[in-house]
Write a protein that binds this ligand. Structure first.
Ligand code: C2E
Ligand code: MG
Ligand code: MG
Length: 688
């Protein structure tokens, strides 16, 4: 095999030297077939197959070391080697580093050295060409659209996906200006959006479209896209063009909008939820404070709703709540916000400018309207409600204070015999003394061993096998049974007792884990609920590590459950702690998932192992409206897209379990399988 080499030199001495150097040798099958040209122009005019271009600047012309790199243009894919002497070699090397020559060698190199260098450089250049064509195959097969342009923004390449997404043929694209074939506008305002290529070509920086940009396809249809557009810069710093990679995010965007809606609305009644109300209250308080306006915050709770739920069933209860929600809307102005806080509790935020008399009028209207008979499934139902009102600025300036005072007024209305409203008054704060009593009793119980952990199994929906459990606090003191575990935890949070309580819970759960391990029971991970205040307290991680060491259990035995609202309150400050948890080897579940978040981007930043889909999604899902079912599926599909396993909470019926399984959820927890039970009873649930 001969290396077909074209030597460009005007130096007769060099011609002679090279001819001699590459003279065929007996027994050497390799060799170099030399042809000569005096200038690059002449070389370009002699078209023939070529393996190598050898540039030998003439010593006599004083530019032996100065081969202007641009001259080499026109010999694409042919390796270029510059031969220089000891003086010229430095500048020849510049040509090498700028990528315009492929190798540089000394004119004093031996035949063997030279041949080896030639072979290597030819192989390198060919491999590069192979990679490039391999790259083309990859680009062509990519699901993302890829378009490259020259420095003027004219399209030089586009892959199949680009044609497919823009609905334009390759012929139409190639040679056109990218900005002409890709019309972009903002999905919300419809205003034209500058094509990122324009910025990339002028600033030589990577650019991205802002969120919410729509591409108008050739047939006028629209898709939402996300992109990354980068400059293509040659080694010498000159701009060669740009490459835009983009894909269709329409479906993902629709899912996100659904989730955003879900994040701010209660899905049973369609009213704004607790989270949306909190945001709105912050906004109107700001406005009212700036202008010196008053406003009213009104809590509303149905009387004896629990009784209706228990006797007529959850489905009837749900329909009654929906009917009440619709009536509440008719009692308020469009500038007021009616929201559902959860359960049978509603919050009305009356717009800035509302005074005491107006809010009392609205409360009276609400009492009368809600009390009118509701016809549900042909049955007539009667329900009353109680309302508590707090006014800004008389009763408080901060959102928390106003909400607390409205709640206190609501309790006063209930105590006054229900179906009535009360405006907040300072003396109502006396009931705070009851909270103090609860706090004291709880402190005593904590010290005297009056608390207990119950365990609720987490099961595999397909076969009912126990895969783990959740520990739940129980305080069975006859004086305090009217307070649920959630009330107790809230009280502990308000009084700061939560830190000691949380430490007790963690230690007790780990002690139990050790005991079960010692008796050979494989219960799977034990989940421990942790509240926001516990998590952020300094020393939280230290305490966990101490407990792990004390009981000598593997960290994976314990899973931390954090409610989504806990996290959302301050993701940034929780992130470090959660990463520490992961480093220790503990896992993390997001509890009550699907309630009260603003967006899901936080899931990308924290190491989550399990999403616990909130009970409100599960309840009655098998016969729920298509909208509710679609929302549940959206939640599960988001989890699926994030690669996160899900568990459904509060499963009470086989219909719910079957529906969830069908929707792709594998784990479940709920009364259908077992209520939370004592450790001894839990052991009996485990297979022996
Ligand atoms: P969670 O962590 O979401 O716990 C699930 C709650 O749902 C438990 O209520 C459980 O008894 C209840 N549940 C389970 N299955 C079903 C079902 O099929 N139907 C219905 N209707 N309910 C079901 P519980 O024990 O009253 O606890 C309420 C909340 O109190 C917990 O919600 C958790 O946020 C908090 N909590 C309980 N124990 C602790 C604890 O040790 N520490 C902290 N920080 N919070 C705790
Ligand atoms: Mg939990
Ligand atoms: Mg939960």
């Amino acid at each position: 095999m001969h290396i077909r080499t074209l030597v460009v030199t005007s130096d007769a001495g060099e011609r002679a030297r090279l001819t001699l150097l590459f003279e065929p040798m007996a027994g050497d099958p390799t060799g170099v077939a030399l042809r000569f040209a005096s200038t690059l122009d002449e070389a370009r005019r002699t078209p023939s197959a070529l393996d190598l271009l050898l540039l030998v600047p003439a010593a006599a012309d004083g530019a032996r070391h100065a081969t202007p790199p641009a001259e080499v243009a026109g010999f694409d894919h042919v390796p270029v080697v510059i031969v220089g002497d000891a003086i010229g070699i430095a500048s020849a090397r510049e040509a090498l580093t700028s990528g315009l020559a492929d190798d540089v060698m000394l004119s004093t190199d031996s035949r063997l050295d030279t041949l080896a260098r030639f072979a290597a450089v030819i192989e390198r250049v060919r491999a590069r060409a192979r990679d490039r064509s391999g790259g083309d195959i990859v680009l062509a097969a990519m699901a993302d659209a890829v378009i490259t342009t020259d420095a003027a923004g004219t399209i030089g390449y586009c892959n199949d996906a680009a044609c497919h997404l823009t609905l334009r043929g390759r012929n139409e694209m190639l040679g056109a200006r990218l900005v002409d074939v890709m019309t972009l506008h903002d999905a919300g305002t419809l205003a034209a959006v500058e094509h990122p290529i324009a910025r990339v070509l002028s600033e030589k920086h990577v650019a991205r479209l802002p969120p919410g940009v729509v591409l108008v396809c050739a047939d006028g249809s629209e898709i939402m896209i996300a992109d990354s557009t980068s400059p293509i810069v040659r080694p010498d710093g000159k701009l060669d063009g740009a490459v835009m990679v983009f894909h269709d995010i329409t479906a993902a965007h629709q899912l996100q909008s659904q989730v955003d809606y879900l994040a701010r609305h209660d899905f049973l009644t369609g009213l704004p939820n607790r989270f949306a109300a909190q945001l709105h209250l912050a906004g109107i308080l700001h406005q009212a404070t700036m202008h010196g306006w008053s406003l009213a915050v009104m809590y509303l709770d149905l009387d004896n709703f629990k009784w209706i739920n228990d006797t007529l069933g959850h489905a009837a209860g749900d329909r009654l709540l929906t009917s009440v929600a619709a009536r509440l809307r008719t009692c308020c102005r469009s500038i007021d916000m009616v929201s559902r806080q959860g359960g049978d509790e509603f919050l009305v935020l009356m717009a800035p400018g509302t005074n005491a008399a107006e809010s009392a009028g609205a409360a009276q209207r609400i009492l009368e309207t809600v009390a009118r008979p509701h016809v549900i499934d042909g049955e007539t139902m009667l329900v009353g409600c109680s309302v508590g009102i707090a006014l800004h600025p008389e009763h408080g300036h901060a959102a928390d204070t106003l909400l607390q005072h409205a709640d206190t007024a609501l309790h006063a209305a209930k105590a006054a015999g229900r179906n009535t409203y009360r405006m907040f008054q300072d003396r109502m704060l006396d009931s705070v003394s009851e909270r103090r009593a609860l706090e004291n009793a709880l402190r005593l119980a904590l010290d005297a061993g009056g608390l207990e952990l119950f365990y609720q199994p987490k099961v595999c929906l397909a076969d009912g096998a126990i895969r783990g459990c959740e520990s739940l606090l129980r305080w069975r003191h006859p004086d305090w049974t009217r307070f649920s575990p959630a009330d107790v935890v809230r009280c502990a949070e308000q009084s700061g007792l939560i830190v000691d309580l949380g430490r007790w819970v963690m230690r007790e759960a780990m002690r139990q884990a050790r005991a079960w391990q010692d008796s050979g029971l494989d219960t799977g991970p034990i989940a421990v609920n942790v509240s926001a205040l516990e998590l952020r307290q300094t020393g939280f991680i230290g305490h966990l590590e101490d407990c792990l060491t004390q009981f000598g259990i593997p960290p994976a035995t314990v899973q931390i459950e954090l409610t989504e609202s806990t996290l959302m309150r301050d993701v940034a400050s929780a992130v470090d702690i959660l990463h520490r948890l992961r480093e220790i080897g503990m896992s993390l579940a997001i509890d009550d998932f699907g309630t009260g978040y603003s967006n899901l981007s936080y899931l990308a930043d924290i190491p989550v192992d399990l999403l616990k889909v909130d009970r409100s999604f599960v309840h009655g899902i098998a016969t729920a409206s298509p909208r509710r079912q679609a929302l549940l599926r959206a939640v599960l599909s988001i989890a699926g897209n994030l690669g996160l396993p899900t568990i459904a909470e509060g499963i009470e019926t086989t219909d719910e379990a079957n529906y969830l399984m069908d929707a792709g959820c594998r784990l479940g927890q709920g009364f259908l399988y077992s209520p939370p039970v004592s450790a001894a009873a839990f052991e009996r649930l485990m297979p022996h």
